[in-house]
Design a binder for this molecule. Structure first.
Ligand SMILES: [Zn+2]
Length: 98
């Protein structure tokens, strides 16, 4: 009989891959940097930046990781290049293309 190798016919949810964006640290932030383990703190005088990564494993969302701006580079940019587009501009760009 025909032996059909049934490869996983599971629909791929998406081709989403991990991505990293640069954002301001918000007041009341209570996340720890994945790289150094220190709290990613909001400081009024220093406008700290953080790198937020949406991590996808095999096309589906797995978790969010936070890094200090500098730590992400130190970690070797594990989730690809950081998107530094400000949120507002990114939205405008989306609106323009739709
Ligand atoms: Zn850090």
């Amino acid at each position: 009989m025909a032996t059909t190798t049934t490869r996983s016919t599971k629909k791929r949810t998406s081709n989403a891959t991990s991505r990293a964006v640069l954002r301001d640290v918000e007041p009341g932030s209570s996340v720890d940097c994945v790289h150094c383990g220190e709290r990613v703190k909001f400081q009024a005088k220093v406008r700290n930046k953080q790198v937020i990564c949406n991590v996808y494993v095999k096309g589906s969302w797995a978790r969010v990781e936070h890094f200090h701006d500098g730590c992400y580079d130190q970690a070797g940019g594990p989730h690809g290049a950081v998107d530094t587009t400000p949120v507002i501009k990114a939205r405008q760009r989306q609106a323009a293309s739709s």
